[in-house]
Design a protein around this ligand. Structure first.
Ligand code: HEC
Length: 121
């Protein structure tokens, strides 16, 4: 009788462990953040991760939202990335002038930031 109890206890423990592994082992993939969450398209994020390290050497105005939006050269049209010179230049790969092009993820972040109104956050 005692043996029977401990065997079933063992079986239950194994069962629960397997369920645990299935649940959390497979579920962890779903817990991974999608690309747009991994790089939230906010001005602060874009400024700190793209504009300051990749553009500010040559375009000092990019560090301030107010200046950036007022800079004719950057020609940001809130809500319309296709009409925004800044987006055209990064998409075509003309900017940054030297060094690596922006990654797709970085370009997407800038695109959605502009499409969502190029807000300051
Ligand atoms: C090494 C210096 C350098 C870096 C880094 C750089 N630019 Fe430029 N950028 C220039 C120069 C110089 C011009 C003037 C036009 C030209 O020579 O193409 C320019 C022009 C521009 C223009 C206006 C183009 C026009 O037709 O009026 C935009 C928009 C622009 N840059 C955006 C950016 C962005 C965004 C970044 C960062 C991702 C960046 N640049 C990085 C040097 C740079």
């Amino acid at each position: 009788m005692k043996k029977g109890v401990s065997v079933s206890f063992l079986a239950k423990t194994i069962c629960i462990s397997i369920l645990f592994i299935i649940f959390f082992g497979c579920g962890s993939e779903n817990l991974q953040l999608p690309a747009d969450v991994a790089f939230p398209p906010t001005f602060t994020n874009i400024r700190n991760r793209i504009l300051i390290p990749r553009c500010a050497n040559c375009h000092s105005g990019v560090v301030s939202h107010k200046v950036l939006l007022a800079t004719e050269k950057m020609a940001i049209v809130p809500g319309n990335s296709a009409e925004s010179t800044l987006y055209q230049k990064i998409e075509s790969g003309e900017m940054p002038k030297y060094g690596q092009k922006l990654t797709d993820e970085e370009m997407e972040a800038i695109k959605s930031w502009i499409e969502n109104g190029a807000k300051n956050d």
